[in-house]
Unconditional design. Structure first.
Length: 308
C-alpha cells in the first residue's frame, strides 16, 4: 500500500521490491507516533501549490509519511511520488472522493491506491464529469448577485480546469474585493441557501468504497466532525461504511477541535475503525493547520498505517 513505509517481517522485503526504496523497519511504539500527514491537496484539485512544492513543505515540516489526496483526481500522484523519492519522504498514493450520502456531501479518502486501476480511473472520471456544468451555473448565480466574471476568475485559480470548484470561485471573490477571506466567502456565498450554491450529485458511498478497494486501497472517512449530522445519523454513516468494507476514520485532522479528537477517538475504538491523521492542507494562507503540525494520534488507537 504505502510506497515506502515498512511493514513487518516479509512485508518489508515485499515493499523494497515493489517500491524500489531502501527501507528499515520501525519499532511498534515509534510507528504509532509517526508524523503522518495523510490528507492534503495540490493545485491539481483545489490546493494552491504544485505537488512537488507540497512534498517539499511536508518534508521541511518534519512529515515522515505523506499522502497526496486530491479531490476526485489522481493526476498529481506521479509528480508527488517523484518529489517524495527525491526528498527521502515515505509516500502513499491517495485520493479524496466526493460522495452524496443522506442528501449531504461526505468525503472518503482512499490510501494506498493504485491510481492507474481502471475501476478507480473510470469512477473518478464519472465524478469529475459534472464540474464544468456546475461551474457555469455557479457563475450565473454570482453574476445575478453582483459578482460578474466569476467563471473566468475562478479558472485563473484552477490549476486543472476540469476540477473547477467552489474554492476557486471563493479565491476570485476575495480577489475582487467582495470579501476579505475565503472563510468569509463561504459564510455568505457558495453554501446551501446562499448565492452561488449549486448542488451536485457526487458518487455514492457504495461506489467510492468499492473503487478504493478495487484499486487495492484502504477507505477512510474524512473529517467526520465537519458534517451536519447528529449522533444517530453519523452512526448510520459509520455502520453503512463498515458494511461496505471501509476501514478507517480521521481522528486528528485540521478540521477538528481538541474536543473532537476525543469524540472521534472514542468512535474509532467503539466501531473498530483504524485511526488516521491529516492536516487537510490546501495552502499556506488558507489552511488552519500546516502540514505535519498536528498532535499525534491518541496512543490507544490503531493507526491506519499500522500494518504497512
Amino acid at each position: 500500500m504505502p510506497e515506502s513505509l515498512p511493514g513487518i517481517a516479509g512485508g518489508l522485503a515485499l515493499a523494497k521490491v515493489k517500491w524500489g526504496m531502501n527501507l528499515s523497519p520501525l519499532p511498534a511504539a515509534r510507528l504509532a507516533m509517526l508524523n503522518a500527514d495523510l490528507h492534503c491537496h495540490s493545485n491539481v484539485s483545489d490546493g494552491m501549490l504544485p505537488p512537488a512544492e507540497v512534498a517539499a513543505r511536508a518534508k521541511a515540516n518534519g512529515v515522515e509519511l505523506w499522502a497526496l489526496t486530491d479531490h476526485d483526481e489522481t493526476g498529481g500522484i506521479r509528480a508527488a511520488r517523484q518529489a517524495a523519492a527525491e526528498f527521502g519522504l515515505r509516500f502513499v498514493a491517495g485520493v479524496e472522493i466526493s460522495v452524496t450520502w443522506a442528501g449531504k456531501t461526505v468525503h472518503i479518502v482512499g490510501l494506498g491506491i493504485d491510481e492507474n486501476h481502471p475501476v478507480l480511473v473510470a469512477g473518478l472520471e464519472s465524478v469529475r464529469g459534472g464540474r464544468e456544468r456546475r461551474g457555469r451555473e455557479i457563475a450565473e448565480q454570482l453574476d445575478r448577485a453582483g459578482i460578474p466574471g466569476a467563471l473566468d476568475g475562478a479558472l485563473r485559480y484552477a490549476g486543472n480546469p476540469a476540477m473547477i470548484g467552489r474554492t476557486h470561485f471563493a479565491r476570485y471573490i476575495v480577489e475582487a474585493g467582495v470579501r476579505a477571506s475565503v472563510a468569509e466567502v463561504f459564510q455568505d456565498f457558495l453554501v446551501e441557501g446562499k448565492p452561488g450554491f449549486v448542488p451536485h450529485r457526487w458518487a455514492t458511498l457504495d461506489d467510492a468504497v468499492a473503487w478504493i478497494r478495487a484499486a487495492g486501497g484502504r477507505a477512510v472517512i474524512a473529517h467526520p466532525g465537519r458534517y451536519p449530522f447528529d449522533d444517530m445519523r453519523l452512526g448510520a454513516l459509520v455502520d453503512h461504511f463498515l458494511q461496505l468494507g471501509g476501514e478507517g476514520i480521521e481522528v486528528v485532522t485540521g478540521s477538528h477541535t481538541p474536543d473532537q479528537y476525543v469524540t472521534f477517538a472514542r468512535m474509532a475504538r467503539h466501531a473498530g475503525l483504524l485511526a488516521s491523521r491529516g492536516s487537510d492542507f490546501h495552502g499556506p494562507v488558507e489552511s488552519r493547520i500546516d502540514l505535519g503540525t498536528l498532535p499525534p494520534l491518541p496512543a490507544e488507537l490503531t493507526p491506519v498505517w499500522h500494518d504497512w
